[in-house]
Design a protein around this ligand. Structure first.
Ligand SMILES: *[C@@H]1O[C@H](CO)[C@@H](O)[C@H](O)[C@H]1NC(C)=O
Ligand SMILES: *[C@@H]1O[C@H](CO)[C@@H](O)[C@H](O)[C@H]1NC(C)=O
Ligand SMILES: *[C@@H]1O[C@H](CO)[C@@H](O)[C@H](O)[C@H]1NC(C)=O
Ligand SMILES: [Fe+2]
Length: 493
């Protein structure tokens, strides 16, 4: 009996979904629930002996044969200061501390400068992290390509990165957005597609390795394998980190009760440069964007350090210098998936009013393993006695985008709520990543790319108009709100 009921409701859902889809082709304002669902590969972690986790090739491949040469891997960089002319370079050496020096310069193999940093290590259950190095390289010039070398002798390895242009209102820049990545074959597909996109920096919306799906020593081992897995990108361009629930790792049964222990040891952020008291929440300015990173799983209610810092940081936002205001956090405020439905309500109750007041352009979140984009809506009129229960269209509101579709071992969140709520503009349960290409102070081009049979296909694309600049300019020029057509249905906002 329950089987029949389930079948009927599935059939009903299918009919409704195809109706919604057909309907929406003619009416761009209606929310679209894509009927496309592609799993591609099973949601299992890639086995540890797979080549994607291989110890790096190059000079230190000898390390297998020579006792005195040690491994140096899991290299990653992130922005090192407020305005982008510094990087933090991190790596791990397994067996001995090794040199904590970075040599760097603007021409290949000619390293004019040296920087030295800090070393840290930790245990997790019986796992021992090895020696984790973090080096701040600052005072860089804006724009050039820098080459850098870490380690010494036969174990040395060389990489490069490019610093961003100096911040300015019309500086163009391309960001990628990835969330909930994990280390499955789907994660690999997402990572490879991202690397084809030409984007210059990743905005990562939390849930990195999914190592907490393992127990005992394997937790640390899966943090290590993830570090090697993403090194192909993280060693060459900054990933702007934010923490998700999988980073908490509160595991009392194995005596691990310090939240975010692995994450904090491995992924430093430039929080001191923006006067934050914690690496969990911070802000950076890069090109023409001011990016604020929040921690959904750290205290955020009124009077907490995160709340106070965020209120202060918003005062430092200068749209004349950095027109684009972007917020990253793991939990989404507007989500119409059955998975994690309403989990962001407590954050919404505290911060939504600020987002509206400050005209945030876009808020990227993860957590839900699907893709979803909202309309510009707000629910700030609601309070427990007003009875105004529904979000309403609001031109000052950000667009909320969920990119929790990196491809981790928990699989896709395929059950969307039915009917699609009015706040939801487009949703699809597939793996993928997004890019945001800022052109100038008024225009940015946004795209969500689905992993489709090993290919990357742009599905949801539109021109994003800046909330601070476009509206004013547009009003002055009496330019009409217009819809564009890419793939038949590219709207502009
Ligand atoms: C960390 O490194 C120091 C210095 O080499 C060493 O004495 C200590 O035992 C290490 N601790 C852990 C937890 O590995
Ligand atoms: C709650 O909403 C009502 C109706 O909009 C409004 O009059 C009242 O001031 C609100 N209360 C608070 C504390 O925001
Ligand atoms: C900004 O870029 C858009 C899209 O490339 C272009 O149409 C527009 O004229 C530019 N605006 C300014 C002020 O340069
Ligand atoms: Fe999550």
């Amino acid at each position: 009996m329950p089987g029949v009921g389930k079948m009927q409701s599935l059939l009903f859902q299918l009919i409704l979904m195809s109706f919604v889809f057909l309907n929406s082709v003619n009416n761009v304002n209606a929310g679209i629930t894509s009927t496309f669902i592609r799993k591609e590969w099973p949601s299992v972690d890639i086995p540890l002996d797979n080549e994607v986790f291989a110890v790096p090739t190059g000079p230190n491949a000898f390390s297998f044969y020579c006792l005195h040469i040690f491994l140096l891997d899991k290299v990653h960089i992130t922005q090192g200061n407020y305005d982008g002319n510094a990087v933090i370079i991190s790596w791990v050496t397994a067996d001995e501390p090794g040199s904590g020096k970075v040599q760097y310069g603007t021409s290949e193999k000619k390293y004019e400068f040296t920087a030295e940093g800090k070393m840290t290590n930790y245990t997790f259950c019986n796992y021992n992290s090895g020696y984790i190095h973090h080096v701040l390289v600052d005072g860089l010039e804006y724009d050039p390509k820098y080459y850098y070398k870490i380690g010494s002798g036969d174990s040395a390895r060389e990489f490069w990165f490019q610093t961003p242009p100096m911040i300015g209102p019309d500086v163009s820049y391309k960001f990628g957005i990835i969330g909930d990545l994990g280390q499955t074959y789907n994660s690999l597909s997402t990572l490879e597609h991202y690397m084809q996109s030409g984007a210059q920096t990743v905005l990562f919306v939390g849930d990195l390795a999914y190592a907490n799906r393992y127990q005992y020593n394997d937790v640390g081992i899966r943090w290590d394998s993830w570090g090697r897995f993403v090194e192909r990108s993280t060693a060459y361009q900054p990933w702007i980190w934010s923490a998700g629930n999988h980073e908490i790792e509160y595991m009392p049964y194995m005596n691990e009760v310090i939240p975010f222990k692995s994450y904090l040891h491995r992924y430093p952020t430039p929080h001191l440069a923006c006067k934050s008291s914690s690496p969990m929440w911070y802000a950076i300015r890069r090109a023409s964007a001011h990016i604020i990173v929040l921690s959904s799983y750290s205290p955020f209610v009124k009077y907490t350090p995160q709340w106070i810092w965020f209120s202060e940081e918003l005062k430092r936002v200068d749209r004349e210098k950095t027109p684009w205001l972007i917020v990253l956090m793991h939990v989404p405020l507007y989500n119409s998936n059955e998975a994690h439905f309403m989990e962001g309500e407590s954050v919404r109750a505290v911060f939504e009013e600020w987002f509206i007041h400050c005209k945030v352009d876009v808020i990227f979140a993860g957590h839900v393993h699907a893709y979803e984009r909202s309309n510009r809506i707000s629910n700030v009129r609601y309070n427990v006695s007003s009875g105004e229960r529904y979000p309403v269209p609001d031109k000052s509101a950000p667009i909320y985008i969920i990119v929790g579709d990196g491809g981790n071992q928990e699989g896709l969140a395929e059950r969307f709520r039915d009917p699609q709520p009015e706040y939801s503009a487009f949703r699809e349960a597939s793996y993928g990543h997004s890019t945001l290409e800022i052109r100038n102070r008024t225009h940015a081009f946004y795209q969500w790319n689905r992993n489709d049979d090993g290919k990357k296909v742009a599905i949801d694309s539109f021109v994003l108009h800046n909330q601070f600049w476009s509206n004013n300019l547009r009003r002055r020029k009496l330019k009409k709100h217009h819809w564009r057509s890419v793939l038949g249905r590219t709207a502009s906002f």
